[in-house]
Design a protein around this ligand. Structure first.
Ligand code: ZN
Length: 236
């Protein structure tokens, strides 16, 4: 599809043991590092990617963006950011989640891709608009940007205190939600899509999967000690 590729993993097809079974791709959740390395290789190969050409982030629920042109030299070089942008075709950008919203963006014409991690704090802080701005500064056109959001906790499941919902909705009204049992909630993915819409990014798709409701996905809110899913974006 025009040179842009988007992929989201589920929890199956890896080597991690309980409670990270099977395809845990997160390196900071207590899983065996060898299993994570093997899983990252399996996931990359299943997508036709070179595992050494996948760029990961040290995600911190902020709104900082890094522009990257290759894999980090060492773990110590991985910056604490929640969005990465590249102009390198063939370089895959990856985002880790287990309930937060993974956001993949690409302008295949300009040859610019981005991956962002939008949990509630990141969505409120504007990490996704920051990623779009970084893309446009490099020559992307919002009208050409394709946006895909992956499996995440849905607004009917993500219960928060009423005051927190009010604070979030004051920044992003589209994120105001109610749980299926009638209490206050936040819909982070709806907030992300509203932000993208205002920026002129209209070619958007949203995964129908709710991580809390799906037994095929990792959910931090459901299981606490668990693995991480990954979203990958790359351009031919
Ligand atoms: Zn749900």
């Amino acid at each position: 599809m025009n040179g842009a590729h988007f992929a989201f993993t589920d929890r199956w097809g890896g080597v991690s043991a309980v409670p990270y079974e099977e395809l845990n791709l997160g390196g900071a959740v207590g899983d065996d590092p060898e299993a994570v390395r093997a899983n990252r290789e399996l996931a990359a190969k299943s997508l036709g990617l070179d595992p050494a050409r996948v760029v990961w982030m040290n995600q911190v629920h902020g709104a900082d963006v890094a522009v990257v042109d290759g894999p980090w030299g060492s773990a110590a070089e991985i910056p604490s950011v929640d969005a990465i942008v590249t102009t390198r075709r063939g370089l895959a950008l990856a985002v880790l989640t287990a309930d937060c919203t993974p956001v993949l963006l690409a302008d295949p014409v300009a040859g610019i891709a981005a991956a962002a991690h939008a949990g509630r704090p990141g969505m409120v802080a504007g990490v996704v608009p920051a990623a779009v701005r970084a893309m446009t500064e490099l020559g992307a056109d919002p009208a050409r940007i394709l946006a895909r959001t992956g499996p995440a906790v849905c607004g009917r499941c993500y219960e928060v205190p009423e005051e927190m919902r009010a604070d979030v909705a004051a920044v992003e009204p589209a994120a105001y939600a109610e749980t299926s049992w009638g209490t206050s909630a936040v819909d982070v993915t709806a907030g992300v899509h509203a932000q993208l819409d205002r920026l002129g990014v209209h070619d958007r798709e949203q995964s129908p999967v709710c991580t809390i409701e799906s037994g095929d996905h990792f959910s931090y809110r459901r299981d606490r000690t668990t693995g991480r899913l990954a979203g990958y974006v790359w351009l031919d």
